[in-house]
Write a protein that binds this ligand. Sequence first.
Ligand SMILES: NC(=O)c1ccc[n+]([C@@H]2O[C@H](COP(=O)([O-])OP(=O)(O)OC[C@H]3O[C@@H](n4cnc5c(N)ncnc54)[C@H](OP(=O)(O)O)[C@@H]3O)[C@@H](O)[C@H]2O)c1
Length: 345
Amino acid sequence: MEYRKLGRTDLDVSALCLGTMTWGEQNSEAEGHAQIERAKAGGINFIDTAEMYPVPPRAETYSKTEQIIGSYFQQRGDRADWILASKIAGPGNGISHIRDGQLKFDRQHIVAALDASLKRLRTDWIDLYQLHWPERPTNFFGQLGYRHQDSDFTPLEETLAVLDEQVKAGKIRHIGLSNETPWGTMKFLQLAESRGWPRAVSIQNPYNLLNRSFEVGLAEVAIREQCGLLAYSPLAFGMLSGKYEGGARPEGARISLFSRFARYTNPQSEAACSRYVALAREHGLDPAQMALAFVTAQPFVTSNIIGATSLEQLESNLASAELSLSAEVLAGIEAIHKAQPNPAP
Ligand SMILES: NC(=O)c1ccc[n+]([C@@H]2O[C@H](COP(=O)([O-])OP(=O)(O)OC[C@H]3O[C@@H](n4cnc5c(N)ncnc54)[C@H](OP(=O)(O)O)[C@@H]3O)[C@@H](O)[C@H]2O)c1
């Protein structure tokens, strides 16, 4: 396993990060714990969660994922071996069960969310505390282009000042952004630098063969500002494994279970996906491993957040860290991307 610096910190995170958002819904506590152990044995030292998880968010399961991680730390006592990332939820539909439902990145919400996460995670500190998505209306979660909407939102200055207090109190070590745009990222970085507030060390956005929109405006920011990408959904919800080929809906798999997860199943995505899967097979590669290796190898990626619902998947995904794609395969990927760029933004 390769390790990479997290932003300008002194932390070295594994090039693969363990995603957790199925634990408490598709996966039990015991399965979550087994995944953590297997990931650790494979060299992973970086784990990503969120107050909102598991997905899809429901009042009945709210915050179970953090509880599962917390019970692991309590039982194994190895908290200090991990670089732990969590997130505070912003405003959105279908999450009225989180705090008072009127979510904001202001003092009241940040302090309440962070204290509750620390308690569930059974730890005194979170290494990377991320804003899950912008509070302001902008283009994320499947919206490619920006359409302006006037609306009030918590000034970024207030958000950063409160986060600064949490860092000084020792509750968080670093802050990160997620589902951010180039404007938001640069604004947070500039404010932090000019006011001495914590500087975001990473940006967690979607990045996979069906959605490379990060390359357009953010890859340059990530490299020049040393605010690297933590790539999420590297398999486009499992699509890039090839198991949904020809409209198949395997039992128990995410897209079969939850019809609202339609981000990667539009006709253009399915067509592009088939081409990537065929390319992998032509070269004797496992399609999921090819898709993961492509993400991990990008120079603007700090860590690739893998997700799994079984130890077999986790095993195979871990092995992708050792796979380096040939020039021929990379040329094949570029040809498909050129013909069908970003079918699932
Ligand atoms: N910041 C954000 O807004 C955000 C959003 C999404 C995710 N995330 C983070 O990123 C992590 C990963 O995201 P993701 O789960 O969407 O990643 P993903 O890699 O796109 O999808 C993972 C899912 O694909 C299936 N899968 C995984 N490996 C497979 C394999 N080898 N063969 C066949 N199927 C396989 C599994 O689902 P099934 O078994 O159900 O098919 C697994 O849960 C999350 O856990 C979370 O920590 C963050």
